[in-house]
Each structure stands twice: as structure tokens, then as C-alpha cells.
Design a protein around this ligand. Structure first.
Ligand code: BEZ
Length: 211
């Protein structure tokens, strides 16, 4: 059975473009993003890795470590990284796992045989500091991911981990959030002193509590 939200992210040791990594130890107390790419020297992947590198400050701000995976070997990764740096105007600043034996890809169910028998699809896992999987998304090879959306989701996950709130459709950091249904109206003033709006008994909003 594949991995599900709330599962512990499987630990592994793998060679990467920055040396050998044991995943849980490498994560330490950080959040993590682990994401796969079909293969080295492919155009969409090149833009995705360049974009991720450019967003390093944003990931750092959120205490998130980023780890990419592609099924090619370290030597191939090193050559490809030069191309990414050159074409995307950046410097790849995170490790890329070399997974030629498909060990990590198989562990994380990143190979979808109906898409391709041997290459990984675009899987992405967000992992919290307890090593629990908080989000899984899967895109086909032909669709590059939106890494601003990944940051937005991390903002939501980090907020909702600490407050009894949820984030509505298209929510962005700084906007009002939804009060969790489990919170009674009587409990709201103590928990959300900035006030709230009761649009329906089940739809109550409050200013983002951690600002
Ligand atoms: C790409 O990353 O550009 C790509 C990889 C596999 C199939 C299609 C596109």
C-alpha cells in the first residue's frame, strides 16, 4: 500500500549530489520537502530545480529543507546542475538524490507504471519535524509544479499545526482564516482575541492568529 498522510516518512540512506544523506538525520528538526523528477537533462525538471533554488530564502524562512530525487547517478546530476545554474541564472543549493536502483523511488511510490515503467513522476511530499507526511501531491511529467503553491501550503500547514484554524480556498499568508468547527463560540474570545465574524454557525473567520 502506498504512503498516506500521517504516516512516518520512510527513512533511507542515499547518495546525493552533496554526498551521502541519511534522511531523518539530515532533516533534524526541520520541515522537509522531498520531490521527484522524471530524469536528468529534461526541460521541465530543469526549470523546477532552478525555481526551487531561487526560493531558498523562502524555504529557509519557514525552516524547510529541500531534497530532490532523480533516477540518474551522481555524475549525471553534477553535469546537469551546471546546466541548471547556467540556464536558470541560479545556483542549485540543495541535494539531489541519485536513485539509479529506484530504491527511494520505490519506497515512496514515485514510479507510476501507467505513466512510465522506470522513471519517477513528479511526486512531492511535505514532512513535518516529527517526520510525519503532511502532504502528498503527484503531477504528471508534462506539468511543472508551482513552487509558490508549495510555500503557500507550508504556511497553511505550519499555521494549522499550532492553532485551531483551517485556511480557506486560495488563502495567502496574512489573510483571514477559518475557525475549526470543534471550537465553540464560547471558546473563541480566549483563543482568538482579535475577534471573529460568524457568517454561518459553521463558517466563522478570524484574522490570522500568529501575526
Ligand atoms: C521534463 O522534465 O521536461 C519532462 C520529463 C519527462 C517527460 C516530459 C517532460
Amino acid at each position: 500500500m502506498g504512503l498516506r498522510l500521517g504516516d512516518t516518512a520512510p527513512d533511507f540512506t542515499a547518495e546525493t549530489s552533496e554526498g551521502k544523506i541519511t534522511f531523518h538525520e539530515w532533516l533534524g528538526t526541520s520541515w522537509g520537502v522531498l520531490f521527484s523528477h522524471p530524469a536528468d537533462y529534461t526541460p521541465v525538471c530543469t526549470t523546477e530545480l532552478g525555481m526551487t533554488a531561487k526560493l531558498k530564502d523562502e524555504f529557509d524562512k519557514r525552516n524547510v529543507k529541500v531534497l530532490a530525487l532523480s533516477v540518474d547517478d551522481v555524475e549525471s546530476h553534477q553535469g546537469w546542475i551546471k546546466d541548471i545554474n547556467e540556464t536558470q541564472g541560479t545556483h542549485v543549493n540543495f541535494p539531489i538524490i541519485a536513485d539509479p536502483k529506484r530504491e527511494v523511488s520505490t519506497m515512496y511510490d514515485m514510479i507510476h507504471p501507467n505513466a512510465d515503467n522506470s522513471l519517477t513522476v513528479r511526486s512531492l511530499f511535505i514532512i513535518d519535524p516529527d517526520k510525519k507526511i503532511k502532504l502528498i501531491i503527484t503531477y504528471p511529467a508534462s506539468t511543472g509544479r508551482n513552487f509558490h503553491e508549495i510555500l503557500r501550503v507550508i504556511d497553511s500547514l505550519q499555521l494549522t499545526a499550532n492553532y485551531s484554524v483551517a485556511t480557506p480556498a486560495n488563502w495567502q499568508h496574512g489573510e483571514d482564516v477559518v475557525i475549526a468547527p470543534a471550537i465553540t463560540d464560547e471558546e473563541i474570545p480566549a483563543k482568538f482575541p482579535k475577534g471573529y465574524k460568524k457568517i454561518k454557525p459553521y463558517l466563522r473567520t478570524t484574522p490570522q492568529p500568529n501575526l
